[in-house]
Design a protein around this ligand. Structure first.
Ligand code: COS
Length: 383
């Protein structure tokens, strides 16, 4: 395949990079202190068309696919993981459930508002007792006339307190579980019985909100059901196939930032009479990080290209997520080591990158889950 970006992709990257440097970077620390991404920033991303990048033109987006989404995710994360995951909750796993599971009528109804960002979305699959094993969920949906009635609780929902529509996965046949017993719904958050619960106190990505959602006899019209009854689990998994790839792009952006700060520091900081970058111990760390970044970039954009060409990419997405998150962990760790005390001090940015990175090996499927997905496919289709 050709790794050269098209003119459109290059232009998108330039726009996202300028916005990141000029608008997000100056406020990145304040976003962490405030524990909130300002509404004005979310609105500006809408004006620039970032929310519609992966939405086809016929539904109000710019049709730049998963590759376009990865480009924006990578660039935004250079300055703020919190902004990027808030964006991704909507533009990646939130709105894409409609794209993947919705009928043409539903796409025409929902996607244009999602493309501008006027309607914000989130994705609600996990529960207190059903994280890695979402088939064990307890949230139920029972048919009542033209509606479905939802009851239960979802946890760890990024952006769930600000979204207007949430893709919710609920049991419609307990006996079948993940294999035919889960259905997807698009739930308006102004529905009676819907409530936002506690906000998680996290190690990193402090500016993004992660909340519990409660459903107490929430009525959802059948017209908001995404996909067939009982076929919600494949929609959830297909959405995660895309989400994991976009998340790997977050990791690439964060890794590039940590690495470039490390290179600057290695050239400036003097020890034993020379810049620390002249010591072999530091050189080896920089060489390993540069190599992993090259591999991450290659995997992400190759897999995004597979996705955009309609080729199977589920295993490749899991491989990319696994590799990128584990590599990021090593890269931010080296960045702290290279910065020494300045890497451990909250006065300098590397400390934040280190904390922000840790959850990537957990959310949207742990590293162990990615290995399960990969191994099952390897055993089925061969190496
Ligand atoms: N694309 C389309 N369909 C898929 C799919 C995918 N990537 N993965 C699974 N499915 C389908 C299967 O084909 C199967 O369909 P049938 O009903 O036709 O048989 C159904 O979904 C159930 O799949 P499976 O039997 O593999 O389900 P398991 O319960 O064994 O779970 C794993 C599979 C472990 C891969 C899944 O539970 C998983 O990804 N867990 C992690 C969840 C996660 O990432 N949580 C974080 C949430 S976001 S923060």
């Amino acid at each position: 395949m050709n790794f050269t970006e098209t003119d459109e992709q290059e232009m998108l990257r330039g726009m996202a990079r300028d916005f990141t440097n000029e608008v997000i970077r100056p406020m990145a620390e304040q976003i962490e202190v405030d524990h909130s991404v300002p509404d004005s920033l979310l609105a500006q991303m809408g004006e620039l068309g970032f929310y519609g990048v992966a939405i086809p033109e016929e539904f109000g987006g710019s049709g730049l696919g998963e590759t376009g989404l990865c480009i924006v995710m990578e660039e935004l994360t250079r300055a703020s993981f919190s902004v990027a995951v808030t964006y991704g909750a909507h533009a990646s796993i939130g709105s894409q459930a409609v794209l993947l599971g919705g009928t043409d009528e539903q796409k025409s109804r929902f996607l244009p508002g999602m493309a501008t960002g006027e309607v914000q979305c989130a994705y609600a699959l996990s529960e207190a007792d059903a994280g890695s094993d979402p088939g064990a969920m307890h949230t139920t949906a029972v048919r009542d006339g033209d509606d479905w009635v939802l009851n239960g609780e979802k946890v760890w929902i990024t952006h769930g307190d600000r979204a207007q529509l949430i893709a919710v996965y609920a049991l419609t046949d307990k006996a079948k579980g993940a294999r035919g017993g889960i259905t997807a719904f698009l739930v308006p958050t102004d529905s009676p019985g819907f409530a936002i619960g506690k906000r998680e106190e996290k190690m990193g990505q402090l500016g993004s909100s992660t909340v519990t959602l409660a459903f107490d006899d929430v009525r959802v019209p059948d017209a908001n059901r995404l996909g067939e009854v009982g076929r919600g689990f494949p929609v959830a998994m297909q959405t995660l196939d895309r989400g994991r790839l976009a998340l790997a792009a977050n990791c690439l952006g964060c890794a590039r930032e940590a690495h470039s700060l490390s290179v600057i520091h290695a050239n400036q900081r003097i020890s034993f009479g020379k810049p620390i970058g002249q010591h072999q111990g530091i050189q080896w760390m920089l060489a390993d990080s540069a190599t992993e970044i090259y591999a991450m970039e290659s995997m992400i954009y190759r897999t995004a290209d597979l996705c955009d060409r309609g080729q199977p990419y589920s295993r490749e997405s899991a491989q990319t997520k696994l590799f990128a998150t584990e590599a990021l962990d090593k890269i931010v760790d080296r960045a702290v080591q290279i910065h020494g005390g300045m890497g451990y001090s909250a006065e300098f940015p590397v400390e934040r990158l280190y904390r922000d990175a840790r959850v990537t090996r957990i959310y949207e499927g742990t590293s162990e889950i990615q290995r399960i997905v990969i191994a099952r496919d390897v055993l089925k289709s061969g190496a």
